[in-house]
Design a protein around this ligand. Structure first.
Ligand code: FAD
Length: 439
């Protein structure tokens, strides 16, 4: 039995909040999950097309999914560690593809919530407005039910676990105001039809930029991708398309509507689509949280989870990116749950700060910008295995690690078809063998 059982506030009922609630309750705590939406799923709750009042802003919806989105990870690798994301009745499956459409992920998360009886922990349509530090390390949480007027209800919790996601607040490239065309962020992109016969520039090199440029090319007159990492001197037409080009970054955008690329080419465009990523945003936290966000570094956090000054009563699940998210969320949640119950003891504040500083020095030595602080492309499995060791839990399965790398190679080799052609069926077999113990 845990040594301490706490009353906890979890903010968000996406994949991170759901698994956090499960792990906290498994450890004997009493979590209350606050969720602004009317259902679980977070990002995977697709918001149908609507003309956003601010096409560059976040205000209208939480989810950034577009209608055609299929997962970019194979489903075997993507699921929680002990609740396999397989095409089976238990996961509510209706799309057996290995890289299914977004609806299948939502069905899986709903099935996870039902299987572990999590729905009754969630206060739906309830937004957290403020989190304020109280005496003895506790936190006052102010929340308001959708439609209610007034400043909301305040309750005191022993600790707060922040799971509010980080794919909602758009990060935007600076385009001069004088450019007369329409601008939009990928957060607000849903379907290609509104771009019929238009000339569209897509800024970015992420998975979303790749998918959205192809999606729009199905209706637009021309699509031009501007990618700052493209070392090209000339633009290049993309194989298999007669209306899609890859350029280096935008050099300038002019009053006459022309956009000039660093490769010297220029085009008169109707729309600039910013697929330029997102910002971490915690509007409900004040200075007493002790963290700040600067150039997308959430600072300071011990192992990307605990602010040393107020640990363990405040924690963050799900900040790392370039990862397999669900298993990482699960391991972070196990760690937080056990730290809160006192079964795992954190180092002293000073030691945690030293660890944070040593980590920043490593990033600097590698020449990585601040905004890559939570980019785990080099270290996710090392991190996962460290968390697992802390919690005396098995390390990430070998097949999952290999599948992640194989998917990366396959995507680079077959960018247009990696979701339907692959060479790692042996790993799928290993995964399915492993899953038998959970099904
Ligand atoms: P979210 O899913 O964003 O959930 C956060 C929740 O917090 C939301 O429900 C929100 O309503 C709630 N919330 C926020 N603020 C408040 C508040 N103040 N009060 C109350 N509730 C609040 N991952 C994969 O594994 N595979 C993929 O193929 C994949 N593709 C992706 C494609 C796109 C376009 C995007 C944007 C992401 C993709 N991801 C993918 C990553 C995905 O974000 C994660 O899988 C995961 O869903 C993140 O879960 P989360 O719980 O951290 O955040």
């Amino acid at each position: 039995m845990p040594s301490v059982s706490l009353r906890l506030a979890v903010i968000g009922a996406g994949a991170a909040g759901l698994v956090a609630a499960r792990e906290l309750r498994r450890e004997g705590h009493a979590p209350v999950v606050f969720e602004r939406a009317a259902a679980v799923g977070g990002t995977w709750l697709y918001a149908p097309p609507a003309a956003p009042s601010d096409p560059l802003g976040a205000a209208a919806t939480h989810s950034s999914l577009y209608a055609s989105l299929r997962t970019n990870l194979p489903r075997e690798s993507m699921g929680f560690l002990d609740f396999p994301f397989v095409a089976a009745e238990a996961t509510g499956s209706a799309d057996p593809r290995r890289f299914p459409g977004h609806e299948e992920v939502l069905r899986y998360l709903e099935a996870f919530a039902r299987r572990f009886d999590l729905l009754r922990l969630v206060r739906f349509e309830t937004e957290v407005l403020g989190v304020r530090r109280e005496g003895r390390g506790r936190w006052a949480v102010t929340s308001r039910k959708l439609g209610d007027k007034g400043s909301g209800q305040e309750e005191v919790y022993d600790a707060v676990v922040v799971c509010n996601g980080h794919y909602t607040e758009p990060r935007i490239a600076v385009i001069p105001d004088a450019w007369p065309g329409k601008q939009m962020h990928s957060h607000n992109y849903r379907v290609p039809e509104p771009f019929l016969d238009q000339v569209v520039i897509v800024i970015g090199a992420s998975a979303s930029a790749f998918d959205i440029s192809r999606d729009i090319a199905s209706t637009a007159k021309q699509v031009h991708i501007a990618d700052r990492s493209t070392p090209l001197r000339r633009c290049v037409k993309q194989p298999g398309y007669n209306n899609l080009w890859l350029h280096s970054m935008i050099d300038r955008a002019q009053e006459d509507g022309r956009v000039v690329f660093r490769d010297g080419s220029s085009i008169k465009a109707d729309v600039i689509m910013h697929c330029t990523g997102y910002l971490y945003d915690f509007p409900f936290l004040g200075d007493d949280s002790t963290i700040t966000v600067d150039d997308n570094r959430v600072d300071p956090l011990y192992k990307h989870v605990f602010p040393p000054e107020v640990a363990p009563q405040l924690s963050f699940i799900g900040l790392p990116w370039k990862v397999i998210p669900f298993p990482l969320f699960e391991l972070q949640s196990k760690w937080v749950a056990k730290v809160l119950s006192g079964r795992i003891v954190l180092p002293s504040k000073e030691e945690m700060m030293e660890d944070v500083k040593a980590f920043y020095s490593k990033l600097e030595a590698r020449g990585w910008p601040k905004r890559y602080t939570h980019n785990f492309s080099n270290c996710q499995f090392e991190y996962d295995d460290w968390l697992a060791a802390q919690c005396s839990y098995p390390t990430i399965e070998e097949w999952r690690k290999q599948m992640y790398f194989f998917n990366g190679y396959n995507k680079a080799a077959r960018p247009e078809s990696y979701r339907d052609e692959w060479d790692d069926d042996d790993l799928v077999e290993d995964a399915n063998g492993d899953f038998k113990k959970y099904l």
